[in-house]
Design a protein around this ligand. Structure first.
Ligand SMILES: Cc1ncc(C[n+]2csc(CCOP(=O)(O)OP(=O)(O)O)c2C)c(N)n1
Ligand SMILES: [Mg+2]
Length: 342
């Protein structure tokens, strides 16, 4: 029996509001280093996590916050970890890319593709220690070109491990379009290793839940691993402050910083032939124009807004849930920002 849409929306909303608060702290300079949010992939995470139970494990990538929150990890501990406090989830040493929870059997890594070996290990342990439990590997389309992920899929196939490989495909690996560096199809690649596959619209939480349910039940009953190919859009681009998104949002403000040095380099005597320098300029202009037509600018791709549109038919309940969720997140960050006890 699938959970109702309200339950799935509550999970997605909790994550979205949390990450919006994180973005604000990051822009205010309170969180150091890079920040990769999972905004845009909430439907994939919620659709999968809503199928998990005690004893199931998760291997997470550099966007692991949403999965931990939806699984039930204390959000104050996560927030304090991101702020670098010693009483954060990982003693303030992990940051947003290296979040771990022993209690919830969850481990993340900033090493692209590392979710494969970690999930295979969790699943092998489950076969001995927790029969009927599964391990999830969440990763991006870029990770599909990492050898260790392919090796893990191969091993999961031959050892019949209860792994659910979840590829959150946004079409990008930082500034590289995956289609330009990926041979063949991802599903065919997984099938070639003997792994069952399913493809869904990752903006549709109900579709993800259905696909995940079948795959996870297969794994629980000893029928081996499945690969989910789920398509999504990351609104912030690769990370907060991502130049391609900044250009699309504020072209007039951002363009001079690109156009002036480029033009000067073309006018400068000597160096590469003028033809080559103009070709470079054309590439940049084409890339800027395509960024402005980018799906990351289209709110129709927002999985949270899509569920919300359905629930709007019950406005009182919707607003109650949203007010309550916002209050909870405000409370989380008020607690998280309290000084470190001396
Ligand atoms: C082994 C390894 N190679 C390169 C990097 C640098 N890197 C960090 S994120 C990223 C892109 C990953 O793309 P994808 O797997 O599609 O995830 P997305 O960021 O799109 O969610 C890369 C190349 C890394 N962290 N680890
Ligand atoms: Mg990607």
């Amino acid at each position: 029996m699938p959970p109702d849409l309200w339950t799935l929306y509550a999970l997605m909303l909790k994550s979205r509001l949390f990450e919006e608060a994180v973005a604000k702290l990051w822009h205010d300079g309170l969180i150091s280093g890079e920040m990769h949010l999972g905004t845009g992939e909430e439907a994939i995470i919620a659709g999968v996590v809503a199928n998990l139970r005690e004893g199931d494990a998760m291997a997470l990538d550099h966007r692991g916050t949403a999965a931990l929150l939806m699984r039930g990890v204390d959000p104050v501990l996560v927030a304090r970890e991101l702020l670098g406090y010693p009483d954060g989830l990982c003693g303030g040493m992990g940051g947003h890319m290296h979040l771990f929870s022993k209690e919830y059997l969850a481990a993340s890594s900033g090493i692209v593709g590392a979710e494969g070996p970690a999930a295979a290990g969790f699943a092998l342990a489950a076969q001995y220690l927790r029969p009927g439990s599964v391990a999830i590997a969440f990763f991006g389309d870029g990770a599909m070109n990492q050898g260790m992920l392919m090796e893990s899929m191969n091993l999961a196939s031959v050892w019949n491990l209860p792994v659910f490989f979840v590829c959150k495909d946004d079409g990008w690996a930082i500034t590289t379009k995956s289609v330009e560096v990926t041979g063949g199809g991802l599903n065919e690649r997984a099938q070639g290793l003997g792994v069952a596959t399913v493809e869904v619209d990752g903006r549709d939480v109900s579709a993800v839940w259905e696909a995940a349910h079948i795959a996870i039940e297969r794994a629980r009953s000893g029928q081996g691993p499945t690969f989910l190919h789920a398509h999504c859009v990351h609104f912030e681009g690769h990370l907060l402050g991502f130049p391609m998104v900044r250009i699309a949002d504020h072209p007039l403000r951002e363009m001079p910083g690109i156009a002036i040095p480029l033009t000067l380099s073309i006018l400068r005597p000597g160096g590469a032939p003028l033809r080559d320098r103009l070709a470079g300029l054309r590439t940049v202009v084409a890339s800027v124009l395509s960024t402005m037509r980018d799906p990351r600018r289209d709110s129709a791709n927002d999985p949270v807004a899509r569920v919300r549109a359905t629930l709007e038919s019950v406005p009182v309940r919707l607003h109650e849930l949203e007010d309550q969720s916002q209050k909870e997140i405000d409370h989380v960050f008020a607690s998280a920002l309290m000084e470190v006890p001396s």
